[in-house]
Design a protein around this ligand. Structure first.
Ligand SMILES: [Cu+2]
Length: 495
């Protein structure tokens, strides 16, 4: 069994001595002073820095990265085994590093809204926490980007985390991490989100009427469509299709792929001609019913772990279904041993994504103690040309600071979040520091699927349940950077 991050990076665990050595070579007095106060070396160290990233030969983008590379180093933790991480910020902007999908306290979660201290510009923070739950997680910047397309998750601040379970994760011959990410963002007018891939597609009439009348009223006033973001280049593990090392496989091998959509704003899909993916985990959490699918579909920040049996020898493109995005780099070559030739692509048979494929029939969720209702709405182009987003009529302040919590939890209670999307956009909705169970999507009841991001389709309703078991301020937001930065956030607190 070998483990690779794509094909070109070994995971990095900085030895204690290297922290000191690394520092000695830097002339940042503040860092040295602060490190001198810390006694033992940290288990891991991450350096936030501005770097050149070569996404294809002679195609170099400038990005903020972790440890000078994209994606950031794969961090392998052990479930329940405490770790310390030194985070050095070598940029001139205070930073937040968020441990997405982990059950951690507010002081280390990495969200200013929850009160996590910033990693100061040209400074550092040492944090300690106990990684959990096991499975595929990730880390990323939680800075607000606003109108700055070099900030937040638009740049290179994304890296994978794998928390090894106490029990065996299953049988496979090779484990491959894939981080999907676009570069060179630009603003455009009007939406291009294709959500026809998500089923069921049932829309709620009342939500549609309200969203469409708001949009018509805005356009009638002469407002343009709000800004959206597009990209010039697309990468898998930081390389455009055809420009990194291929993934090398052997016939008969079972390859476990851990796929992360590290995009700031986009939905991604992935297919490998002639092969199918047995989905074993969503957002790092094992699914009740692992089944084979021809296509993976991931909203922003979603993860899928899937096993592929390599039973169709050749040289193939593992790539996005979107022809344009794939031609601009969103793919990676899979090469069977002793096979040569031009990598082949073939569109998969028609397919639609549904979370319900991975649940066991006839299971119903536990009853909730309380239901919290939320309605999401869009105020077209309302803030300097950007759409403003509201939850129950209120948008989160656009300040990079905190705000009073809007929802109040009692520890130990099970809550049902009933979300109603009165916009035509699809939203990757994320809850910090807790996992949730999908309990109803577009009218279909379900149970047993645990996630930390759920795609809520345009004019659809979704329900998720979570246990209030991790006290402290808890951020809830849409993970689409343009949406979260312009109001689509709220806070829970514990009473
Ligand atoms: Cu959104």
């Amino acid at each position: 069994m070998k483990s690779t991050l794509g094909s070109r990076r070994d995971f990095l665990q900085t030895a204690g001595l290297a922290v000191g050595a690394g520092l000695a070579s830097r002339t940042l007095p503040g860092l040295q002073r602060e490190l001198a106060q810390t006694s033992a070396p940290a288990d891991y160290s991450l350096h936030i820095e501005n770097s050149a990233v070569e996404i294809a030969p002679k195609r170099i983008v400038s990005a903020t990265t972790y440890n000078g590379q994209f994606p950031g180093p794969l961090l392998r933790f052990k479930e329940g085994q405490p770790v310390t991480v030194d985070i050095f910020n070598q940029t001139s902007t205070p930073e937040q590093l968020h441990w997405h999908g982990q059950r951690v306290p507010t002081g280390v979660d990495g969200a200013a809204e929850e009160g996590t201290p910033y990693i100061p510009a040209h400074g550092m923070r040492r944090i300690s926490f106990t990684p959990s739950p096991s499975g595929f997680r990730f880390y990323h910047s939680h800075n607000r980007a606003g109108a700055d397309l070099s900030a937040g998750q638009y740049s290179g601040q994304v890296g994978p985390v794998y928390i090894e379970p106490k029990s065996s994760p299953g049988n496979f011959d090779q484990e491959i991490f894939l981080v999907l990410k676009e570069f060179e963002p630009t603003f455009s007018r009007g939406g291009d989100m294709d959500m026809n891939f998500l089923t069921p597609a049932t829309r709620v009439r009342a939500l549609q009427d309200s969203g469409e009348s708001a949009m018509k009223a805005s356009l009638r006033k002469g407002m343009p469509h709000g800004f959206e973001v597009g990209y010039a280049s697309f990468t898998v593990n930081g390389r455009m299709l055809g420009h990194g090392d291929p993934l090398r496989v052997k016939q008969g091998e079972h390859v476990l792929f851990h796929v992360l959509n590290g995009s700031a704003t986009e939905i991604r899909s992935l297919a490998l001609p002639g092969h199918s993916f047995e989905v074993v985990a969503l957002d790092g959490n094992p699914v009740p019913n692992p089944v084979k699918v021809p296509v993976l579909w991931l909203g922003t920040a979603e993860r899928i772990s899937a096993i592929v049996e390599m039973n169709h020898p050749g040289v193939w493109i593992l790539g996005d279904l979107d022809n344009d995005d794939r031609r601009h780099g969103m793919g990676i070559i899979v090469e069977y041993k002793a096979r040569r030739g031009v990598p082949a692509w073939a569109a998969p048979p028609p397919f639609q994504w549904s979370y319900a494929r991975f649940l066991k029939a006839g299971v119903s969720p536990a009853p909730a103690d309380e239901t919290i209702e939320m309605t999401f709405a869009k105020d077209n182009a309302a803030h300097e040309g950007f759409n403003v987003w509201t939850i129950n009529g209120a948008s989160f302040p656009m300040t990079e600071g905190t705000a009073p919590a809007s929802f109040h939890l009692k520890q130990g209670k099970r809550y049902r979040l009933k979300m109603r999307n009165a916009s035509d956009d699809i939203h990757p909705v994320h809850l910090h520091r807790h996992s949730f169970e999908l309990t109803r999507l577009a009218g279909v009841p379900m149970a047993g699927i645990s996630k930390d991001v759920v795609m809520v389709g345009g004019y659809q309703e979704a329900e998720v349940d979570f246990l209030a078991d991790n006290p402290g301020l808890t951020l809830f937001h849409c993970h689409q950077q343009l949406h979260m930065d312009f109001g689509f956030m709220t806070l829970f607190d514990y009473l």
